[in-house]
Design a protein around this ligand. Structure first.
Ligand SMILES: [Zn+2]
Length: 412
């Protein structure tokens, strides 16, 4: 949180001026995320889809080779991206998956089901566990992140494959900066950049920066995360496009279509009401989300609630109630993380607390913290709007995996 930023909260959603991705307000007090969201209701989407079809036509392989690369996981928008790529754009994709190690049985199931349903070739990247754990320890100590390696791997591996196999087109789903805070208009048709990856996905640290600055980490730990050279990217013409610029993006309804059509599995997660987005990871909605909460004063449930307010499926009153219900919940899987990283719970708790933003949190007695409340009082219409997320599985946790994450499995 930047101290110089004056506190302002959006009149429509629940974001405020301290949002880490940066947020602007118009003269009516509406945030840039809400403003750009409105484009979803005004843009000519059939025209935009045609534009996308024209763009990808150039990349259709003449030699029966792959047309594009699609980075996938066992959750998020992987199914929907592939659905569009195969059935609407009629492309032959090569799938790539970075093994993030924090895999749930459900994520493994969704990934294997996706490969069967879409009948695609896939390349997995498994960085050795010794290096992954060392990096996780390093980034947790340095800037309070246990997800750096996942984000770095997920965003670098597709570009590495693109350059090695000379497949220039990479297809992503939504652009987070556009969808959350309206960093760009859909009409800017923003594409993947190394700069955005470093500044936002990687919290300012590329692999080279960690090698240089961290005595604990060396090139042998991080070489798999080094981004290909700019001139190689240029020479091959590698570009990463976002489907959300050409197709009206709506994660909830997309996931529901994927459940119905391809049997995508969802589950209740400990810290949010959205049962679709992050079911493949034990930590994204667990320790990672707690760290987000301590650093920024809000957690993923606020992101989900703001998104649903914008789509009109929640009002502010119900959204606030959901946030209150989930944002202080504990993580049921902390022991799994401690076992994996070989760290004790006390040390982890200490590191988590160290990462609390002291402008947002106050320690009122040893180990008891309260959050400063900046919210301006609002007179909200107290009508409860119920939102329904489908749950079609309880497979998030299986007894046989109670001590370990699943590194590999064939799926359930
Ligand atoms: Zn807003």
């Amino acid at each position: 949180m930047n101290n110089k930023i004056k506190y302002q909260q959006c009149k429509k959603c629940l974001y405020n001026s301290f949002h880490p991705l940066g947020i602007q307000f118009n003269e009516n007090g509406i945030c840039s995320g809400c403003e750009i969201h409105e484009e979803k209701n005004t843009l000519d989407w059939p025209f935009r889809l045609n534009k996308l079809k024209k763009i990808v036509k150039e990349y259709k392989s003449k030699k029966n080779n792959y047309d594009c690369i699609v980075p996938i996981t066992g959750a998020q928008d992987s199914y929907y991206i592939l659905h569009i790529v195969k059935n609407v754009l009629r492309l032959n994709p090569l799938l790539v998956n970075y093994n993030k190690y924090y895999n749930t049985p459900l994520g493994i199931h969704n990934l294997s089901n996706l490969r069967i349903k879409f009948d695609c070739d896939i390349i997995f990247k498994n960085v050795n566990p010794h290096s992954v754990k060392k990096i996780t320890k390093g980034t947790l100590d340095k800037f309070g992140s246990i997800y750096w390696h996942c984000l770095a791997g997920h965003t670098v591996f597709p570009v590495q494959v693109a350059s090695k196999m000379r497949i220039p087109l990479i297809i992503w789903g939504e652009h987070q900066g556009l969808q959350q805070v309206g960093m760009f208009s859909h009409l800017h048709e923003v594409e993947m950049t190394r700069r955005y990856r470093k500044d936002h996905d990687l919290m300012g640290y590329e692999a080279e920066d960690l090698i240089k600055e961290d005595d604990f980490l060396s090139e042998s730990d991080l070489h798999e995360y080094i981004y290909p050279e700019d001139n190689l990217i240029e020479q091959i013409g590698i570009r990463g496009i976002y489907l959300g610029n050409y197709i009206r993006w709506d994660p909830k309804s997309q996931h529901e279509k994927m459940i119905k059509t391809y049997n995508f599995k969802s589950a209740q997660l400990p810290r949010t009401f959205d049962t679709y987005d992050y079911v493949d990871s034990y930590v994204y909605m667990g320790i990672h989300d707690i760290l987000k909460y301590y650093k920024n004063g809000f957690s993923k449930v606020t992101d989900h609630a703001c998104r649903e307010i914008r789509y009109g499926r929640l009002n502010k009153y119900s959204a606030k109630k959901l946030i209150k219900k989930f944002e202080n919940k504990t993580d049921n899987y902390i022991n799994l993380f401690c076992n994996w990283l070989n760290i004790d719970r006390r040390s982890l708790k200490f590191i988590l607390n160290e990462n609390r933003n002291k402008n947002l949190w106050k320690e009122v007695s040893p180990n008891k913290w309260i959050k400063n409340n900046f919210y301006e009082k609002e007179n909200l219409n107290q009508i409860n709007k119920k939102i329904i997320y489908k749950i079609n599985s309880n497979l998030i946790f299986k007894k046989e995996y109670k001590n370990n994450y699943i590194t590999f499995d064939k799926g359930i």
